[in-house]
Design a protein around this ligand. Structure first.
Ligand code: AMP
Ligand code: MG
Length: 424
């Protein structure tokens, strides 16, 4: 395995905490480097491949933040009062050609350029206007008020957005405000996806005794699509040495990541380990979590001098597959894609029921976070928490997370919740 370099992953079985497993994965990953150029309107959700440096000051000129009257602040008396004569009007998008003299001001619209020497705007509602006379009462404005400064949003030559950012709607608007029409983004991460198990049937097949439809491939496809990744769907693979070997080789040839579910339990055939050992440096972990274990991760060799393909072998139980995906794979895949991801938000909410829990493992329970009658947020569990009960996941909008060291929870205690509705 020396061609894969020094790995922080010790081979073989290890019992790890969730935090240890996440840290070991983060330390091992090598992100992709290739970028491509896309039009701004195609860039939502993509990973920015290079800093966006502002070519201009935004705003490009000092301008008014209000509808009102513009004048030099030096016209105000010590108590802030003043009497000025309006001699013209400034509209947004139409620079003023004239000049003003002592004791004069200009009617100004929001966004209109402030001419040289005019640094203060009194909003319309704060002055008394009589013909061309504008009266400002004491204490309403100070010199410099209500002026947006050139470059206050962004200054020329400074990075406006950093490489690694997953682009959001406001980022697209910000880029457009700089006059930039295209962005350099990371190429999409290519993820080969397959399910393993003789009992699995694909959609369109009939269910015979003891078989189930392959649901994991669809859940996981959804998570990958949410992350903007390219899915290479390799279907269902039987519990069979030759089939598994052939599928893994096909996956490695085409993908940066190989994402599988099922077939890594202790009871599963030894050939899985043999094949994976022959293809790379995969660790099988017994992670102290529920639901979730077992889980396998590691680099698989690719031909030539290509970087490795990263295997994430998730457990087969439908809830465990998703929970381990969110816990271990989501952030890791974003990092591999060149992103500098923000972790999913963890909030605190009052637990409506007592929950028994032993310290020494992390537990994830499917839950609904909702407003509490007394204010703030409360969280309740969604029915059966069996690792195969996918319905409990569809009914949930969050995972209630009981940390490694945490013991039992009493009704009314504050607990951590991991919101995923709409996010992941
Ligand atoms: P395994 O991890 O292969 O031992 O599978 C654990 C449980 O999850 C078994 O009951 C499997 O039938 C079920 N399972 C495995 N893969 C899938 C899948 N792709 N879709 C639905 N259920 C699955
Ligand atoms: Mg199986």
């Amino acid at each position: 395995m020396s061609e894969l370099g020094e790995s922080p992953l010790a081979a073989g079985d290890r019992q790890l905490s969730v935090a240890q497993a996440r840290a070991a994965i983060a330390a091992a990953l090598q992100p992709i480097a290739q970028t491509e150029t896309v039009a701004l309107e195609r860039a939502l959700g993509r990973v920015l491949g290079a800093d966006v440096v502002s070519p201009i000051d935004v705003p490009a000129h000092d301008n008014s933040a209000m509808d009102g009257y513009a004048f030099p602040g030096s016209e105000l008396a010590a108590d802030g009062s003043g009497t000025l004569r309006a001699v013209g009007t400034l509209y947004a998008g139409a620079p003023y050609a004239g000049t003003i003299g002592a004791g004069e001001c200009l009617r100004i619209m929001t966004g209109a350029v402030m001419p040289e020497g005019l640094d203060t705007v009194v909003p319309l509602e704060l002055c008394r206007v009589d013909g061309d006379q504008v009266q400002i009462a004491p204490g309403q404005v100070r010199p410099g008020d209500n002026r947006r400064r050139r470059g206050e949003d962004l200054s020329a030559g400074r990075p406006a957005l950093r490489a690694g950012r997953v682009l959001r709607p406001a980022d697209l608007g910000l880029t457009a405000s700089l006059g930039i029409a295209q962005l350099q983004v990371m190429r999409p991460l290519r993820v080969a996806l397959f399910s393993t198990g003789n009992e699995l049937r694909t959609l369109g097949q009939t269910l015979d005794a003891g078989s189930v439809y392959d649901s994991n491939r669809y859940s996981l496809m959804g998570t990958l699509q949410r992350l903007g990744m390219e899915v290479i769907d390799l279907g269902v693979v039987a519990d069979d040495r030759a089939a598994l070997q052939a599928t893994l080789e096909a996956a490695v040839a085409r993908a940066d990541v190989v994402l599988t579910s099922g077939g890594v339990s202790m009871g599963d055939a030894d050939y899985t380990r043999e094949i994976l050992a022959s293809l790379g440096e995969v660790s099988f972990w017994k992670v102290a979590m529920r639901p979730g274990r077992p889980f396998a991760f590691g680099p698989l060799r690719r031909p030539g001098d290509q970087p490795p393909s990263w295997l994430f072998a998730l457990p087969g139980n439908p809830v465990a597959a998703l929970v381990t995906f969110y816990t271990f794979a989501r952030e890791a895949l974003l990092r591999l894609a060149g992103a500098d991801p923000e972790p999913l938000p963890i909030l605190q909410a009052r637990c409506t029921t007592a929950i028994r829990k032993r310290p020494g493992r992390t537990e994830f329970q499917r839950a609904v976070v909702e407003p509490a009658a007394a204010g703030g947020w409360q969280v309740r569990l969604t029915g059966s928490q069996g690792a195969g009960v996918l319905r409990s996941m569809t009914e949930a909008n969050a995972l209630l997370v009981l940390g490694h060291e945490q013991g039992s929870v009493a009704a009314g205690d504050l607990v951590d919740v991991w919101l995923f509705d709409g996010l992941v």
